[in-house]
Design a protein around this ligand. Structure first.
Ligand code: SF4
Ligand code: SF4
Length: 117
């Protein structure tokens, strides 16, 4: 009985490792943002954050995993308009036809930038 349980545990362990080795954890965690660049959000952001631009450079990064390019594109944004200036008023999200949780996504992008700079 003990031997059967041991074999069962080993099988589960091996199966888990096979499944994990089949996925790229980096890509798994990063998904493209479904922004249509309609720019409705731009008109209302009190901090002047160019949200579609930020999402565009993030999407490019998800696709090509090019950290240097992402960093360079991010740093082209004037400091006063960078995503870290977002104070989560959600005015942008109210206008977004894609119902994106923009403040949350911006925070995620700020974290990503902090990780690679
Ligand atoms: S939640 Fe952030 S990005 Fe959206 S309008 Fe407010 S300050 Fe701008
Ligand atoms: S309103 Fe939504 S879909 Fe339109 S540009 Fe802004 S984030 Fe993208």
């Amino acid at each position: 009985m003990k031997r059967r349980k041991f074999i069962s545990n080993i099988t589960l362990f091996l199966l888990g490792n096979i499944l994990l080795s089949g996925c790229d954890s980096q890509k798994f965690l990063k998904e493209k943002i479904n922004c249509s660049s309609c720019k409705y959000c731009l008109k209302v952001c009190p901090r002047g954050i160019n949200i579609p631009y930020v999402f565009e450079i993030y999407n490019q990064y998800v696709e090509n995993q090019n950290r240097d390019l992402f960093k360079e594109s991010y740093e082209k944004i004037p400091e006063m308009n960078r995503p870290n200036q977002c104070f989560s008023c959600s005015l942008c999200a109210e206008r977004c036809p894609k119902s994106l949780n923009i403040p949350f996504l911006l925070e995620k992008i700020v974290q990503e930038y902090s990780n690679i700079k």
